[in-house]
Design a protein around this ligand. Structure first.
Ligand code: SF4
Length: 434
């Protein structure tokens, strides 16, 4: 059998310092990782070289991810880890961002996995246009190209002025897509840019999700967004024959490319999985591992959303809902695969039974996403009020706090103008109740 005594060295050439009494490597996902490594070795021995190599590759990339997390810890504290194996790779470490004016300075420390703090972003969504050239069968958002008037800036200004002083911080610019080759693409992009600019000028923090963009478009939007997002959904190409048959933007490799570009451009980024659209549990694992791998190259994924498919009244093909009963299992898998610094987001309007929402938190979820008047993607599932959420969380000793649409470790990636706006908001929410 292949040697699994962990002569493995990390990508920087150093040896992993954490071993158990037998000298075997141990980390947060220790036992499952060892099982999988053994399984991969067995498959190789039995002649299933493709499957075996796949398992071993997964283990190797997981070790690399651990190495990065540990490297970060060593960089911050300059000493060897004395505490492994434990649940948290930084158990007794000092917070790497002390004295920051946020309510919980450990919010993005991997120690978050030990905390009982849950965040949400007070948000409002602006939709530049509902028109979209894709036709995903589960969509409850789109209209045909040319059938949805674009949001006028004067109208947006009135909406935003009415939101001033209400506690709203994030403006999510969520748009249907105009085809990249369309003569209307430039005007569509400019409208999105202008809406971000407007939101900033009125004191809000924009976060744009407008489908796949060119590298240049992404670079320009970085000027006026504190973070951006794009759901990876699922990596498997088989969905291109079913729910994404008429959705050219959903080619998984194009979406992975977006995540890569966001990393290259140092854009704090949110992505996620759409669950229950025809994928298998192995597909979840592949998608999560792809996200982890890209994050390990660039360190820019701040959140991963785990969104259960929830049928609405407008979709062309009803399909069945992803059972919320299964969601805690997916959360646990994601927590095992993704680096600790990536926060897992659970949309509370799609997990309506309180005990299941709490189970998702126990499994590793720590964020409830943007909470506002309306979920534009799932209009049949209104957001609960944050006070109602706090009432569910508090009896189970969870503490609900507001957050900004960019996590503190990314502040220095942003242009100076955006950093000024951030400082204002960080000071405002520091120590304040939700
Ligand atoms: S889900 Fe998004 S990409 Fe697909 S049709 Fe709807 S708006 Fe377009």
């Amino acid at each position: 059998m292949t040697d699994i005594s962990f002569s493995y060295t990390l990508s920087d050439g150093s040896a992993p310092p954490c071993r158990d009494a037998t000298g075997a490597f141990v980390h947060t996902g220790g036992a499952p990782l060892l099982d999988r490594w053994s399984k991969g070795a067995r498959l190789m021995e039995q002649g299933s070289s493709t499957d075996g190599a796949r398992e071993l590759d997964r283990c190797t990339s997981e070790l690399d991810r651990w190495g990065m997390a540990h490297g970060a810890w060593r960089m911050g504290h300059g000493e060897d880890c004395q505490q492994c194996p434990t649940q948290c790779p930084m158990p007794n470490a000092q917070c790497p961002i002390p004295n920051t004016p946020i309510q919980n300075p450990c919010i993005q420390n991997p120690c978050i996995q030990m905390s009982r703090t849950v965040t949400y972003s007070p948000a409002h969504t602006l939709v530049p246009t509902y028109e979209c050239f894709n036709r995903c069968t589960y969509c409850n958002f789109r209209t045909d190209p040319g059938k949805s008037p674009w949001m006028e800036l004067a109208h947006a200004e009135k909406l935003l002025q009415a939101l001033q002083g209400t506690g709203t911080i994030e403006i999510l610019i969520l748009s249907g897509e105009v085809h990249p080759q369309s003569p209307r693409r430039t005007a569509w992009f400019q409208r999105i840019y202008d809406l971000c600019e407007l939101a900033l000028s009125l004191g809000f923090l924009p976060h744009t999700n407008a489908g796949p963009l060119s590298f240049e478009e992404m670079a320009r939007l970085k000027e006026v967004n504190v973070s951006m997002g794009l759901m990876l959904e699922q990596l498997t190409p088989k969905l291109l024959e079913t729910v994404h048959r008429h959705a050219p933007s959903k080619v998984p490799q194009h979406r992975l490319q977006q995540l890569e570009w966001a990393g290259q451009l140092q854009i704090p980024f949110t992505t996620g999985l759409l669950l229950g659209i025809g994928e298998t549990p192995d597909d979840w694992r592949d998608t999560l591992e792809a996200i982890a791998s890209i994050h390990c190259r660039w360190g820019h994924i701040q959140e991963v959303i785990l969104q259960p498919h929830s049928p609405g009244n407008q979709q062309t093909c009803k399909g069945s809902a992803f059972s919320a009963e299964k969601l805690p299992e997916v959360v646990a898998l994601a927590r095992q695969i993704l680096p600790p610094a990536i926060t897992l987001q659970i949309p509370p309007n799609l997990v309506q039974q309180p005990h299941l929402l709490l189970a998702c938190l126990e499994a590793g979820g720590r964020d409830l996403g943007g909470i506002g008047l309306r979920d534009q993607v799932n209009p049949d599932y209104p957001h609960p009020h944050y006070r109602a959420l706090a009432e569910i969380l508090q009896p189970a000793s969870w503490h609900l706090v507001r957050r900004l649409p960019v996590y503190p470790q990314y502040d220095t990636w942003l242009p100076v103008r955006l950093r000024t706006a951030l400082t204002h908001w960080r000071n405002r929410i520091a120590g304040a109740p939700y």
